[in-house]
Design a protein around this ligand. Structure first.
Ligand code: SF4
Length: 61
């Protein structure tokens, strides 16, 4: 699985980080980043992607 965040559409709302801080981190530029080496099975990535208000979380199975 590959997860990425579209930096254009991410508004930095923090929802993804709140749901899974082990995978998502809001950085100084106000955008969400997928932490390198994060265990993508530690949470329901698809559900979190669906929770993103702008659809900025891209999941490739
Ligand atoms: S939930 Fe979506 S818009 Fe909000 S910080 Fe995460 S990726 Fe960005």
């Amino acid at each position: 699985m590959k997860v990425s965040v579209d930096k254009i559409t991410c508004t930095g709302c923090g929802t993804c980080q709140a749901l899974c801080p082990q995978v998502f981190e809001i950085r100084e530029d106000g955008k969400s980043y997928v932490l390198e080496g994060a265990d993508l099975n530690c949470c329901d990535i698809h559900e979190i992607a669906a929770s993103c208000p702008t659809g900025a979380i891209l999941v490739e199975d």
